[in-house]
Design a protein around this ligand. Structure first.
Ligand code: EPS
Length: 390
């Protein structure tokens, strides 16, 4: 069973992730893992924190001689900023250190601050925001890159690109080659496949920066090479579209998820929405002329690209702070501001690649999973034969 969990606060010593269920014998390209962590840190509109951090995966367990050993894998990512927070967030109780504690009593609308403070009975949102911070997504990216590495062994690749930032939106479909090109280009400011649209996106970020505001957008994750037959129609919690939606929705600031052209489909006729079927006798596979279903029908992958979009609200820490009420005095005040990102849409796309890879790998192992890579490969190849002979 493939599972992962993370621990770590934004300004604590480190982030830790744990992934269990990856078969033995999967080659672990550590450079690739670190490259994914680096990609998550990029993007036009990122804040000052990314100048401090240089996220690197320190493998603590589960990988030996460059391969997984079938044991749980533990990864640590250092928080370089801990140095400046050690006094504020010590592990041991420290008498009289109240002033150093950097309490946050002015909750930011849209953040977990207030809801979390009420839930845990804290009159200081510090502990809540520390864990709620999207810094946690570095740990997710590290763990789920193991899922990406497993999928790569079976010809499955997962990439993402940015569809919209604020009002600037890409109005056409992007090809796989275009998405691959922007993903490979670490200099790409917003990972948009169209340079003219990207310029308008940058202007949206600049405008938000000037106004002391933040800006959201839309990213799209595309998985190529996913075999037909992952997930199931049989139970609600086995449906792959539902599982993808949960995984992507769980990313900080994502407020809506779309599979294929799901949103537009709701206001179109059936004849405009379904993807007609034909048979490609050369490839011995069923094909579609379109992919509005986003590669999933009835909760089962159909062999097309799996396409998931995430809709990200503008992040909630604003220089031009909104109104809030103090957690202790209940007085009307301005919400807290220390520093902030202006736009995190490309970063959220990288995290979503990781989350989509995790869900696809989980369903993949449910169907083909063996204890070793070789056993998994035999199961997968047998199934390919079944499809060839269908
Ligand atoms: C993040 C690090 C954080 C934030 C961001 C994500 O750094 P700091 O709080 O020290 O500036 O920039 O967190 C949020 C978006 C959030 O909602 O808290 C990172 O490494 O991704």
């Amino acid at each position: 069973m493939l599972r992962f969990l993370t621990a770590g606060e934004s300004h604590g010593q480190a982030l830790v992730s744990w992934i269990s269920g990856i078969p033995a014998g999967v080659p672990v390209d550590i450079e690739f893992v670190n490259r994914e962590l680096h990609r998550r840190q990029l993007g036009y509109g990122r804040g000052g924190r990314q100048k401090i951090e240089k996220d690197q995966a320190d493998f603590l367990a589960g990988v030996r001689h460059g391969k997984t050993i079938g044991a749980p894998i533990a990864i640590r990512i250092e928080n370089r900023d801990w140095k400046t927070w050690e006094k504020a967030l010590p592990v041991e109780d420290s008498d009289g250190a109240e002033d150093a504690q950097r309490h946050l009593t002015s909750p930011r609308p849209g953040h977990a601050d207030l809801a979390g403070a009420l839930k845990f009975n804290f009159h200081d949102a510090r502990y809540v925001l520390e864990r709620a911070s999207a810094r946690e997504t570095a740990a997710r990216t590290a763990a789920c890159t193991l899922a990406k590495l497993l999928l790569r062994e079976f010809g499955v690749d997962v990439l993402s690109h940015v569809i919209a930032v604020g009002h600037a939106q890409l109005e056409r479909e992007a090809t796989w080659e275009e998405i691959e090109r922007v993903c490979g280009n670490l200099e790409s400011p917003l990972r948009c496949v169209d340079e003219a649209v990207e310029l308008r996106m940058k202007a949206e970020v600049d405008q938000a920066l000037r106004a002391g505001d933040s800006v959201g957008g839309i990213f799209e994750v595309v998985a190529r090479g996913v075999p037909a037959g992952l997930g199931s129609h049989a139970q609600w919690d086995e449906k792959l579209d539902g599982r993808l939606a949960q995984a992507v929705m769980s990313i900080q600031a994502v407020k809506a998820v779309e599979i294929g052209t799901g949103v537009r489909n709701a206001t179109s006729y059936g004849s405009e929405v379904q993807d007609e079927i034909r048979y490609d006798s050369e490839r011995k596979r069923f094909q579609r002329s379109s992919n509005r279903a986003g590669g999933v029908e009835g909760g089962i992958t159909n062999g097309q690209y799996v396409v998931v979009r995430g809709y990200l609200k503008p992040i909630s820490t604003l220089r031009r702070a909104l109104g809030s009420a103090d957690l202790k005095t209940k007085e009307q005040i301005k919400a807290a501001y220390e520093r902030s990102d202006i736009c995190v849409v490309p970063a959220a796309g990288v995290v979503s690649e990781a989350m989509v890879a995790f869900v696809v790998a989980q369903a993949f192992l449910e169907k083909f999973g063996g204890d070793s890579l070789e056993e998994t490969r035999r199961n997968f190849e047998n199934y390919q034969k079944q499809l060839d002979e269908f």
